[in-house]
Design a protein around this ligand. Structure first.
Ligand SMILES: CC(=O)SCCNC(=O)CCNC(=O)[C@H](O)C(C)(C)COP(=O)(O)OP(=O)(O)OC[C@H]1O[C@@H](n2cnc3c(N)ncnc32)[C@H](O)[C@@H]1OP(=O)(O)O
Ligand SMILES: CC(=O)C(=O)O
Length: 536
């Protein structure tokens, strides 16, 4: 069966820029446009030339190689010609291949927001499309509030779409601007536009907002009804609750039979394997934590804690995975926690090179130990190194490298003669190595930092093995309220080769919890490195 082409239109750099908290620089726009272009997106809407200096500068040259570089704009205002309209002039002066102009298609908006007659707005749409086409660019019209407009005055909304199409628009995009339309209505309205108005589906697009959490569903409903262009953004950024998330839509189109057997897009299965990376690079550029539960690409999208799931998953991954994680560049994670059974633990241990048979009684006692410690406040699912140390200690394979015989830390605030506050934290750690006691003293920015420095200052013969490690993240969580609270500390450590590991400590004393996590981190590092030396 011949597949129909679906066109992907990305508006991260335009509607995404309307997201509270997002403000791209020109360099960031260039980087994102390059990612989208290489990924196989058909249209990259780069912004609104003429509206601000960043977008005007961005459109001073073509920023994509393969994708059509698209400028946003709005239809000309009433009372002036297209050639004299300053807004349209910015769009037409740009180096864009295509222009997507927003047009009012809800009569209420024409009256209230534009303040012109319904007929004048139709003329503005026609003349603006003609001006774009005459400039040699591909013309597109975003029919703003199309679905709300259709419900309020069907004939007028349709007249706007028809005016754009008949004036030569390559694409007429039906926008759910306020994001409140339901998939069943999107489908019925799009079918009506195609069936009764006569605009073919391969000239129609959908632009959906996520105000009811259904922008992806609405986009797919529109495709099922016949549209062949989908507008959306990376990770669903966009005004208010965001736009349709292309990072969810694209794998659905490529991997779900009901779409994959009917359609093809510019994204190849090979490129799709870079989807998780693209999504994470974009979050990184935004300085945001990736959403672990993001469909397809989140760190938890193919993770399981549940013992019953892990048991089946390890026999046949398809039992609990709707698609293969590798197809989108993600990975399966079978985690160890109080929700796990033998399957989770055997998998977790074997990934760390620890072989334990299912009938080994030490496996049952290790599981019981983890569950008991999780009840006390530990959480091993993200503390990989502490889990490994716990398991290895339980199996009797971790030597005692050193003993901490005591530690102390002091926090002092002094007020000097001119009333300035001076904070000082000092720590003293005593360790015993091969019968010899060593004492280290350090000052730091706070007590945990001072303790960290003191603990790693002099570990005698082991010092060379830990010189390149540093504490890169420190998280504290209070597990119950009040001054008697139990505190959980998670520490992330990195070494000179860029390897990371996470350890955990739990105590009713935050310093003690921190110290436990730091100790696990150092012991884990020594264990790994000495084992590697033995194996070499
Ligand atoms: C649904 C969407 O997401 S549409 C995209 C929305 N994005 C943006 O607005 C971001 C970029 N916008 C801007 O930088 C500015 O709004 C500009 C430069 C475009 C215009 O700025 P200003 O000229 O100062 O106008 P202002 O922003 O106050 O108001 C918008 C004007 O556009 C008019 N307008 C709105 N939509 C349209 C349209 N489709 N066609 C013609 N005119 C329109 C409004 O009636 C209003 O005109 P008025 O000032 O005569 O009342
Ligand atoms: C054009 C647009 O962004 C909208 O209607 O939502």
């Amino acid at each position: 069966m011949t597949k129909e082409r679906l066109y992907l239109f990305d508006t991260t750099l335009r509607d995404g820029q309307q997201t509270p908290g997002i403000d791209f620089s020109t360099e960031e726009k260039q980087q994102i446009a390059q990612w989208l272009d290489e990924f196989g997106i058909d249209y990259v809407e780069g912004g609104y030339p003429g509206a601000n200096p960043t977008d005007t500068a961005f459109f001073a040259k073509r920023q994509t190689n393969r994708a059509r570089f698209t400028a946003f704009g709005m239809t000309k205002r009433a009372g002036i010609s297209a050639s004299n309209d300053p807004g349209l002039a910015g769009t037409l002066a740009s180096k864009a291949d295509a222009a997507c102009l927003v047009a009012k298609s809800w009569d209420y908006h024409v009256r209230v927001a534009l303040g012109c007659s319904l007929e004048e707005n139709l003329a503005n749409i026609r003349e603006s499309v003609e001006a774009v086409a005459a400039s040699g660019r591909e013309a597109m019209i975003d029919c703003e509030h199309f679905f709300d407009g259709y419900k309020a005055n069907k004939d007028y909304a349709l007249a706007c779409a028809k005016a754009a199409y008949e004036a030569g628009a390559r694409w007429v995009i039906l926008c759910d601007t306020n994001g409140g339309t339901q998939p069943i209505d999107v489908r019925a309205i799009v079918e009506h536009v195609i069936g009764e108005v006569g605009i073919p589906g391969d000239h129609l697009g959908i632009h959906a907002h996520d105000d009811t959490g259904q922008a992806v569903a609405n986009s797919l409903a529109a495709v099922n009804a016949g549209v062949r262009q989908i507008q959306g953004t990376l990770n669903g950024v966009g005004e208010r609750c965001g736009n349709a998330n292309l990072v969810s839509i694209i794998p659905t189109l490529l991997l779900k039979e009901s779409f994959a057997e009917r359609f093809e897009t510019g994204v190849s299965p090979e490129k799709l394997k870079g989807l998780a990376r693209l999504s994470r690079m974009f979050d990184d550029l935004l300085n945001r934590m990736p959403d672990p539960q993001a469909p397809y690409v989140g760190a938890s999208a193919f993770a399981t804690k549940a013992g019953i799931h892990a048991s089946a998953l390890l026999k046949e991954p398809e039992t609990y995975e709707h698609v293969a994680p590798e197809s989108v560049g993600n990975a399966r994670r079978v985690m160890v926690s109080d929700q796990g059974g033998k399957s989770n633990f055997i998998d977790g241990l074997s990934r760390r090179g620890i072989a334990v048979r299912k009938d080994d009684p030490r496996l049952d006692t290790l599981i019981a130990l983890v569950k008991e410690r999780e009840a006390q406040g530990y959480a091993y699912e993200d503390a990989d190194a502490s889990f490994e140390m716990l398991a290895r200690r339980h199996l009797g394979t971790v030597p005692t490298f050193f003993n901490v015989t005591s530690y102390r830390c002091v926090v002092e605030r002094r007020i000097n003669a001119v009333g300035q506050k001076i904070d000082m934290s000092e720590a003293v750690v005593k360790v015993e190595i091969d019968g010899e006691e060593k004492m280290s003293v350090a000052e730091g920015k706070g007590p945990v930092n001072a303790l960290d420095i003191a603990l790693r200052k002099d570990l005698g013969k082991y010092q060379g093995l830990i010189d390149d490690i540093e504490l890169v993240d420190y998280k504290v969580r209070i597990l119950n309220g009040g001054t008697e609270a139990i505190t959980r500390v998670m520490i992330e450590t990195r070494d000179g080769q860029g390897r990371h590991w996470t350890t955990i400590g739990v105590s009713d004393n935050v310093i003690d919890a921190s110290f436990e996590a730091m100790m696990d981190s150092i012991v884990y590092c020594l264990f790994e490195r000495l084992e590697a030396q033995k194996a070499a």
